[in-house]
Write a new protein. Structure first.
Length: 560
C-alpha cells in the first residue's frame, strides 16, 4: 500500500490512490457537493437563468460587451466548427490566449464538444509551450498572432513536429503555413451539432503549474471539481467584478466561466494596467476585485495620484506570497476590506474570503476553511499535530484535483484517504483559521506565479561559466518575491547579471524566471549529506552578508 522512504516521504501505490479517489467521488456526490453534470449542461442551464447578464471585455483598452446569450450561441457555433475538425470527447485543446471575448467563447466551445481545455499562461516561452503540448498530447493549439509586442504566431514553427498536434488556430488577422484563423473557422458552421454526452467525472481541464519539479506539472480537474469551485456560496450574488487575471491562470480561467453559469457580471482586462483598472472601477462602479499584492499596491498609488474614485469597491481578495498586514490595512483605509485567502491550482479554494471577519483574522491568517474542505497539520513522519502545532498542511475537499497527468507524481503527493500534500507549512488557530508560515516546496512566487528554483538552476548550469548554482527567493515590496541566483563560477571565469539575462533570453523560457539578482560566492553552506542550505542563503541575502560585492540587482523590464 505505501512505502516510508524516511525524512517523512511516503509513497503510495497507484491502486490505492485510484481507490481513494473513487471513494471520495461517491462521498462528495452523496453529500451534494458535486452537481453531477457536465460544464456543457451547466452552461445550458445558466443561459436559462441568466440570459441577459453582461460582461465587458477590454482588449487593448477597447471594450466589447456580451451577454450570456451571446457567449452561449457563439460557443455552440464554434463547437460545431471544432467538431468538423475532428475534435471531440477527451481530445486536448491547448490555448495560450489573453483574457479576450474570443477566449471565453473558445472555452465554451471546447467544453461543449467534451474535449479537455488546456489553458496556458501567456508568459510561457516556446520551450515551455512545446513541452506542454507534447506531454499533454494536445491535438489543437490556439494562439494570438501578435500581442503586446510578442509574435506568438512565429513561435508555432517550433511546434509543428509534435506528433499529436493536428491543428494550429490563430486569433488575429495574420496567418501562416498550416494555420487556420479563428475568423475562418467560425464560418464552418455545423448544422448537426449536439452537446457531447460526457461523464461529470471525466477530465475536462488540464492546467500546468510550476512546483518543485523543473518541468511544469499537469493538474487534472473534472466537471464536478470545477463546478463545485465556481459555484461556491461565497461567490453568490456578489457582482460586479473586475478581473485582470490571465486567462491561462486558474483563477482567471474560472472568472471567465462563472458569469455564464452563475450570473456574476464581470469586467475583464486583458492585462494589468493600474491606472486603467482604477478608471474602470470608477466607470463601472465595480464592487469586487482582487489579486496579488502588486495589484493592490499599484491600484492604490494611481488612484491617489490621479484622484480616481474607488469608493464602489466592497472587497478585495488577495492570494500569493508575502501578503502583509500593512497591505490589508491599506485596503481598509481606502474603504474596502481585503483578506488573505489560500489555495492552489491543485486545490483552488481551501479557505474562503469573509470581508466581515475581524481585521486580525483577515490580516494575520489565511482565512477559514471553505465548506466541505478539511485540513490536517502533520509532522515529518505524517503524524497529526495538536491544534496550534506547526507542520505540513494536508488538504481534502470536493474541488481537489484528481491527480497529475504524470501518475508517478501522485505517489508522493497523496496520503491514504486522498489527502493532498500541499508542501506548505502552517497551523490552525483556536478559531479554525489557517495560518501559512512557510513552505517546503522549493519555489518562488513572483507576482502570483510559481517559479521552480530547480528549473532556474538547470538553465543556469548550462552556462559555460557556471560551476554550481543555487536559486532562492528574495523579498520584493511589489511582486512579493523575485529570483536571486547564487553562483560559484568555474575557475578563472567571471559572470555578470547581463550575461545571465542574455543566457536566459536564448533559452526560450518565460522571462519571469530570469534571475533579477546575481550573487557570486566562493562556496555554499551545506548539510552533512551535501545538500545546499538554501534557507541560510536567503538569510544572508536578508542581512546583506552574501559575499564578494560582484553583483547588482537587475532593474530591467521583466514584466508579468
Amino acid at each position: 500500500m505505501k512505502k516510508n522512504l524516511g525524512e517523512g516521504k511516503i509513497l503510495l501505490d497507484l491502486e490505492t490512490i485510484v481507490a481513494d479517489r473513487s471513494d471520495l467521488q461517491r462521498r462528495w456526490s452523496a453529500l451534494g457537493y458535486f452537481p453531477d453534470k457536465t460544464i456543457s449542461q451547466a452552461l445550458a442551464e445558466g443561459i436559462e437563468r441568466h440570459p441577459d447578464v453582461r460582461c465587458v471585455f477590454y482588449a487593448n483598452a477597447k471594450a466589447r460587451t456580451a451577454t450570456n446569450r451571446d457567449l452561449y450561441r457563439e460557443g455552440l457555433r464554434l463547437a460545431g466548427a471544432l467538431r468538423q475538425l475532428g475534435l471531440g470527447r477527451g481530445d486536448v485543446v491547448a490555448l495560450q490566449l489573453p483574457t479576450w471575448y474570443e477566449t471565453a467563447v473558445l472555452y465554451h466551445a471546447v467544453f461543449h464538444i467534451g474535449a479537455v481545455v488546456l489553458p496556458m499562461i501567456h508568459i510561457y516561452g516556446p520551450a515551455e509551450v512545446a513541452f506542454i503540448l507534447e506531454q499533454s498530447k494536445a491535438k489543437a493549439f490556439v494562439t494570438p498572432d501578435i500581442w503586446r509586442g510578442v509574435d506568438y504566431l512565429a513561435r508555432c514553427a517550433a511546434y509543428r513536429e509534435i506528433p499529436t498536434l493536428d491543428h494550429i488556430v490563430c486569433v488575429g488577422e495574420a496567418t501562416g503555413q498550416g494555420v487556420v484563423r479563428l475568423c475562418d473557422l467560425n464560418s464552418r458552421r455545423a448544422d448537426d451539432f449536439g452537446p457531447d454526452q460526457s461523464d461529470p467525472n471525466d477530465i475536462c481541464l488540464l492546467m500546468y503549474t510550476s512546483g518543485t519539479t523543473s518541468a511544469p506539472k499537469g493538474v487534472r480537474h473534472t466537471h464536478n471539481t470545477l463546478l463545485r469551485e465556481w459555484g461556491r456560496p461565497t461567490y453568490a450574488n456578489r457582482g460586479l467584478y473586475l478581473s485582470s487575471l490571465p486567462a491561462g491562470h486558474y483563477t482567471g480561467f474560472g472568472y471567465l466561466m462563472r458569469p455564464s453559469i452563475y450570473g456574476a457580471s464581470t469586467v475583464f482586462m486583458d492585462h494589468w494596467e493600474p491606472k486603467f483598472a482604477a478608471e474602470l472601477i470608477q466607470r463601472h462602479k465595480v464592487k469586487h476585485s482582487g489579486g496579488t499584492p502588486i495589484f493592490l499596491l499599484t491600484l492604490a498609488r494611481v488612484a491617489e495620484e490621479n484622484g480616481l474614485d474607488l469608493s464602489s469597491l466592497e472587497s478585495f481578495g488577495m492570494g500569493g506570497a508575502s501578503i502583509t498586514p500593512s497591505q490589508i490595512e491599506l485596503a481598509d483605509k481606502m474603504g474596502f476590506p481585503a483578506a488573505r485567502v489560500y489555495g492552489s491550482t491543485e486545490h483552488p479554494t481551501v479557505t474562503c474570503f469573509d470581508p466581515d471577519a475581524p481585521f486580525e483574522k483577515r490580516a494575520y491568517t489565511d482565512g477559514k476553511l471553505d465548506e466541505g474542505n478539511a485540513v490536517r497539520v502533520v509532522d515529518d513522519s505524517g503524524h497529526d499535530l495538536p491544534r496550534g502545532g506547526e507542520g505540513e498542511i494536508l488538504t481534502i475537499g470536493p474541488e481537489l484535483f484528481v491527480g497529475y497527468s504524470d501518475p508517478e507524481l501522485d505517489k508522493e503527493s497523496f496520503l491514504p484517504g486522498g489527502w493532498f500534500r500541499t508542501g506548505d507549512i502552517g497551523r490552525l488557530d483556536a478559531d479554525g483559521y489557517l495560518v501559512i508560515t512557510d513552505r517546503k516546496k522549493d519555489i518562488i512566487i513572483r507576482g502570483g506565479e510559481n517559479i521552480s528554483s530547480k528549473a532556474v538552476e538547470e538553465i543556469l548550469s548550462l552556462h559555460e561559466a557556471v560551476a554550481e548554482a543555487a536559486v532562492t527567493a528574495m523579498p520584493d515590496p511589489t511582486y512579493g518575491e523575485k529570483v536571486c541566483a547564487f553562483v560559484i563560477p568555474k575557475p578563472g571565469r567571471s559572470l555578470s547579471l547581463e550575461e545571465v539575462i542574455a543566457h536566459f533570453g536564448r533559452s526560450g523560457v518565460a522571462r519571469q524566471i530570469t534571475p533579477e539578482r546575481l550573487e557570486i560566492v566562493d562556496s555554499f553552506p551545506r548539510t552533512p549529506s551535501g545538500k545546499v542550505k538554501k534557507f541560510e542563503l536567503a538569510k544572508r541575502l536578508a542581512r546583506g552578508a552574501v559575499g564578494p560585492s560582484r553583483s547588482k540587482p537587475y532593474r530591467g523590464g521583466v514584466d508579468r
